[in-house]
Design a protein around this ligand. Structure first.
Ligand code: RB5
Length: 161
């Protein structure tokens, strides 16, 4: 997989650790910064990863800040992005299987390296289940489309699976 990864100043150490893990697992890593301890604004880095994933240049993205929250809020403003904060492996698996999330957000001040590794492994190994979950993800896309095009929320029925 080609994985785009970025962090703010709170996530530099964890990002480096996870880059090592990803490379050891055979993934191609696109490191979009930040690289040092100087204070930076997390939306700038969320945008970099979100645009790579949204454009299809990366299969998935990983964003790290203090809590993961700021990164997820910013990344979710980019059309096509479903960013999820995962604090444990169950949430990571469900975010992929049910929500078809495409950007993983981690809180470097919340979880340690061991748990982060487990979450990343589960994230990369889990695919979207489809079926009824895909219908709900499609509804998310339609909400997004409404605000992008200033359209009415489409009421056309989606067939139940
Ligand atoms: C930076 O201090 C912190 O606010 C940021 O890393 C993140 O936790 C925001 O959501």
């Amino acid at each position: 997989m080609r994985v785009a990864i970025a962090c703010d100043h709170a996530g530099v150490t964890l990002k480096q650790h996870l880059i090592g893990l990803l490379r050891a697992r055979g993934h191609e890593v696109l490191d979009l910064g930040t690289h040092g301890p100087e204070s930076v604004d997390y939306p700038d880095y969320a945008l970099k990863v979100a645009e790579e994933v949204s454009a299809g240049r990366a299969s998935t993205g990983i964003l790290i800040c203090g809590t993961g929250i700021g990164m997820s809020l910013a990344a979710n403003k980019v059309p096509g992005i479903r960013a999820a904060v995962a604090t444990d492996s169950y949430v990571a698996r469900m975010a992929r299987a049910h929500n078809d999330a495409n950007v993983l957000c981690l809180g470097a001040r919340v979880i340690g390296e061991g748990l982060a590794e487990e979450i990343v492994d589960i994230w990369l190994a889990t695919s979207a289940e489809g079926g009824r979950h895909a219908l709900r993800v499609e509804k998310i896309r339609r909400i997004e489309q409404r605000y992008l095009r200033h359209e009415e929320y489409p009421q056309t029925p989606i067939a139940k699976v």
